[in-house]
Design a protein around this ligand. Structure first.
Ligand code: MN
Length: 325
């Protein structure tokens, strides 16, 4: 997935968290962003936000669908070759099928319950197209790579054997990290956890949390009470850090994405599809995508690559960006 904003801001994210008191739990409502093209797929973006830029190393969360293609010739998701650096892309589907191709030679179809995890490192390019006439529903999440791992060579993982676990009325798939005694084999470069939680109609349960992590819960289907706060479909409830459990209760039945991690203390600069540390680095990455070999070529995809948006006119420096509480 690509950030398709025509005029993306250069955002300083991360930094400053992990010291002092946790921010208060709060609801983060999504903003709608078209994913490019005249009949663009609308995505609901819940990270980054002004008040909460990152949750652990998670720095970007888009939720899309459920939506059906208009006709047989139309793909709901059509994201031609585009670059990434300094992050991992987490592709997670609730319905549908998406074809992934990348510049390290991977060709991988993904279905619900499976994880496509692409570690961009110093630079990679990829494309994603939905397949078939059925509904498409999913999330695209980015994980910032810490300094000591961000210049690594790009690589790609597909996981179709993620562990399932339960607690009370809650069923879960552990996507990254460890939760309730189950551990994903996906490779992470900082302490993070990502879990799909399901609660049946009228169901409730408690889910243990690592109190050294901060957490957030995105309602991808239905609505639920999250630690006592009613969270509507599409919104994210930020929980802060120091919490030992998540209480989930849903009259409608719900599916939610639990994201967490050690508060990410490195200062980041995020622009378009890049996570860097300085304006000059972002400028160089844009240049290398428009005119260079650094991001490679997506194997088996002849679509014209996405052009980078114009650079912002102002120069930003990363700074301690989360309001200290
Ligand atoms: Mn992408």
């Amino acid at each position: 997935m690509s950030n398709a904003e025509r005029d993306p801001e250069e955002l300083d994210v991360g930094g400053a968290a992990g010291v002092g008191t946790s921010p208060e739990p709060q609801r983060l409502d999504a903003r709608e962003v078209p994913l490019g093209g005249p009949r663009a797929l609308l995505v609901r973006r819940t990270l980054p936000q002004r008040q909460i830029r990152t949750v652990g190393a998670f720095c970007f969360v888009d939720h899309y669908g459920p939506v059906r293609p208009r006709d047989e010739a139309t793909q709901v998701m059509s994201v031609p070759p585009h670059p990434h650096m300094g992050l991992q892309t987490v592709s997670w589907l609730l319905a549908g099928t998406v074809d992934h191709r990348d510049s390290v030679g991977s060709t991988q179809q993904i279905r619900p319950g499976q994880l496509n995890l692409m570690t961009a490192g110093s630079g990679v390019s990829h494309s994603e197209y939905s397949v078939g006439p059925g509904e498409l529903h999913g999330v695209q999440v980015w994980v910032a790579l810490p300094e000591e791992h961000r210049d690594q060579a790009p690589h790609f993982e597909h996981h179709d054997d993620l562990p399932l676990t339960t607690s009370g009325d809650i069923t879960a798939i552990v996507i990254m990290g460890s939760s309730e005694g189950a551990t994903s084999s996906a490779v992470a470069y900082s302490p993070v956890v990502a879990v799909e939680l399901g609660v049946s109609t009228g169901g409730s349960g408690r889910w243990p949390l690592d109190s050294s992590f901060e957490h957030a819960v995105l309602l991808v289907q239905g609505s639920a009470s999250v630690n006592g706060a009613l969270v509507p479909h599409g919104a994210m409830q930020y929980l802060g850090w120091g919490k030992r459990e998540l209480r989930l209760e849903s009259a409608t039945g719900a599916r939610a994405l639990l994201l967490g991690g050690e508060p990410f203390t490195e200062q980041l600069l995020m622009w378009w599809n890049f996570v860097g540390r300085s304006h000059d680095e972002i400028v160089q990455a844009r240049h290398d995508w428009e005119d260079g070999e650094r991001f490679g070529r997506v194997v088996g995809d002849d679509h014209p690559p996405l052009a980078a948006p114009p650079l912002p006119t102002s120069v930003l420096r990363p700074r301690a960006s989360r309001p200290l509480s």
